[in-house]
Design a protein around this ligand. Sequence first.
Ligand code: PLP
Length: 475
Amino acid sequence: MTRQRRTAEPYKIKAVEPIRMTSREEREEAIRKAGFNTFLLDSKDVYIDLLTDSGTSAMSDNQWAGMMLGDEAYAGSRNFHNLWDAVTNIYGFKYMVPTHQGRGAEHLISQILIRPGDYVPGNMYFTTTREHQERAGGTFVDVVIDEAHDSQNLHPFKGNVDLVKLEDLIRRVGPDRIPYVSIAVTVNMAGGQPVSMANLRAVRELCDRYVRSDGRPVRIMFDATRCVENAYFIQQREEGYSGRSLRDILREMMSYGDGCTMSGKKDCLVNIGGFLCTNEFEVYQEATQLVVVFEGMPSYGGLAGRDMEAMARGIYEMVDDDYMAFRVSQVQYLGSQLIEAGVPVVRPVGGHAVFLDARAFLDHIPQSEYPAQTLAAALYVDSGVRGMERGNVSAGRDKEGKERFPKLELVRLTIPRRVYTNNHMDVVADSVIALHAQRETLGGLKMVYEPPQLRFFTSRFEPIRREGFWEFVKG
Ligand SMILES: *Cc1c(COP(=O)(O)O)cnc(C)c1O
């Protein structure tokens, strides 16, 4: 048998940031202080931080060099033009307005296009996206394929839009009540699952068949946050794309939409930044009016010149085929170790994170006792690895105030871009596997503080029973 050849990180390390090892006692103390919410832990107490891939990327030497070329003029900074060129070149949209991060762009587009009583179909909700849609008076309607809600279904494009669900909605409420279809590439809440090119094309065709009374077909706005990871899956899995560059594939994907919101903190490889794109001049003009109120001048949108320069350079780096192949393979590397050890994870493993299926992992804990929150807290105590809850806590409450009890109850282990080596992934795998072996000792949590919106960020918990794994929690 021939031995399989391995590849390594396609970069070498020029600067290092030491991380601190902690003792079990220190971590027990830290999780109690944080109210068993990993969002409330101090970074100094975390060994391997997989809370998010948002704003946690390592920048390249080229990006750092660009930071020194920040033109901090109040208006018309040179870096704005560089960002404009990078975005219009790589994404292919006509107009761009920078924002401080993705939700800034979501806010603008929601206020511009959504009217009270409108419906916004989307391939599964995302927390900030839905919040902005609902604040503008819209109702989010989930039109993702059913497979996305099944953590074990091996569909290669689980982020696809269900065309029947979408068309039913358009027919039921009429195209005038649909300001746009919101398509996330990839779908974060389903586990980083991609959308196929064929599906994007089909959604475009469907939308083109429904013309609004203003003469426009129903719009498609991408949540392009992880669009290059999506392009990578198309390159790997979809017929006809294996020989094509990510840059090419991304351009084709975006050509089916009318604009996008972007969190630069993900695929664009920066620590802060975002933007809104549109092909419509009127929408662009309204965005420039609103951005001055909420973010800053249309030529900086809440960003420093140096931030825009770093993002412009990151945009060219994100479409590098070798970089992206390694980025996604590192996520797969962690995922396959867990799958081989029999740990229940969302499959197929997505592009930015491995999602532990907490309902299957802790099948003795009812969803009202927050199994994913429990597992995330326990993982931190076990090894100092910080993940995050994506389940009942994140889903929040509906308009009647009832908990949503989503089908997926997950712990997300998100891999920052270019930050950790595969040795770090081994440490994570060892800890999850060890915890899986002692899962019966884990009891659920109760919520003792709950903020009214986006509760997962700041809510606090306590173990219901101070025994087994939680024995250390005293009086
Ligand atoms: C992170 C994220 C956003 C919001 O972007 P921010 O930069 O955090 O404001 C929107 N959609 C998806 C899918 C995301 O992952």
